[in-house]
Write a protein that binds this ligand. Sequence first.
Ligand code: FAD
Ligand code: SIN
Length: 530
Amino acid sequence: MPLDLLVIGSGVAGLSAAVRAAELHGMAVGVLTKGELDQATTRWAQGGVAAVLAEDPDSTDLHLADTLAAGAGLCDADAVRVLVDEGPGRVHELIALGAIFDRDEHGRLELAREGGHSLPRVVHAGGAATGAEIERALVAAVRSSAAVLHEHTFALDILVEDGRCRGVRALAPDGLVVEIHALHVLIATGGAGQLFSVTTNPDEATGDGVAMALRAAVAVADVEFVQFHPTALHHPAMPRPLLSEALRGHGAKVLDTTGKRFVDELLPRDEVSRAMARRMLELGVDHLWLDATGLENFEQRFPTIAAELSRVGLDPTRDWLPIAPAAHYLCGGIVTDLDGASSLPGLWAAGEVACSGVHGANRLASNSLLEGMVFAFRVVEAIERGKQCPDATGAMRAVLDGDPAESGVIGGRAVPGWARPAPLLIDGAEAGGRVDLGEVKARIQRTMTMGAGVLRSEASLREALGQLEVVERELGAQGGVALAENRNLIEVGRGLMLAALARRESRGAHTRIDYPETDDSSFRCRLVLA
Ligand code: FAD
Ligand code: SIN
């Protein structure tokens, strides 16, 4: 018997869907994840969840306006409306499930401010350990629900029969390739920060879900918009330790090597990262500084960050902290409608892997955990209602030709030069032969960093595309998970760079030094890989 719902990935999006589907609707649910259940970018999340949980002066209209402003003209306003209106309910449900958020002495939720938010509205846990608390609560709920768990199982490709998704092919822990069948599959595999040499993302963030979609000709868009977080600690550790945006919200200042401020720290993070990248180029340095010495009660308010700094011998009450931008978040992904339906019937996407239309060209801080909760919920409710096919809502308007006469509708254009990649033929055996798959990954990362980092140009992108082809040709045909991840990185990287080449403008997280202006007349659209 096929499962009712197979969830791929065990971060906030996948687990939220699994809990709801199994506990509330009694669906037969499977959760398939490539590591342990609690292994996900979610557990690294720091600053918190942006949701309007206090009243006046804040409002969902203001949260909407801030999100649209950060998204630089490419957010779908309906998707953002859904996010800000339904978000507070999802946060309350998470609290009811057992997640503990920080409160003041009167028992009210503490609200922090982050870049791009006009007011403090970010709820957090353990200071800046929000993701760990959310993941803990959801893992506990999933373990006690009726879900079937497939840990250490790597999803390779989507099974498509008669124009519908029927399940996935996966590498089981014993190395065998298996098929798992389900009436509905939710891809919740997170982002692709591992495309770059310097990233805040953990090892699992290799763009697998986006690559699976690309191989199945499922529409993917907005992947040129990679958000670089401005304040990653400049330190050899990988993933880079993050110095949460909440530090800037509390007054920490970004300084150059002469000790001078040069950017408003509370701008959306794409603007701060861009200003930093330019400053670093001008000064010929590889890092700048964050001055958090003026923050009161640093250790009490940010215990996990204080502990991380202490491990590397830094005292934030005394030392300036070395920082540089690091790849942090993939704004685009699998195109969905407002219910998380992809362009392939039976296949759904939620969380960082999806392009719901919420983030546009740049995600507002702390909107990601919220998006995962809100759209996972909507996927399950839509399946429960019997929905089978996507409609022209949210980002899906770019694929299904929403009415361009309607205000706010953002159309789609195919990315020139894109060709659908071949299925992943993996034999399950671990890497053999002469190819060092770790070195291959490092080359992909160096290539992407050089070609498609914070500042890009036609020349940098073309050079990197050429190098990616060389790496691909040299990649052997044998090997297990590491080979699959490298293939996925290459396919997502190629799509990202072709889209970045086609987008001859600068907008949000995409900066072309050869096209520095935003060009609404040609590019207020989604670039679609399908
Ligand atoms: P993830 O949490 O990434 O989960 C993906 C899951 O899919 C993982 O379990 C992974 O193992 C699994 N998977 C992937 N590929 C496969 C495969 N082939 N087969 C099987 N399983 C697979 N956002 C905020 O809103 N607020 C914050 O404060 C915040 N702080 C952040 C701090 C850091 C350091 C980082 C890196 C990100 C932060 N973000 C924050 C972003 C946010 O954490 C992520 O966007 C979000 O957690 C993604 O959730 P997800 O459920 O979509 O995916
Ligand atoms: C942070 O705490 O700075 C990360 C917040 C986010 O990625 O939304």
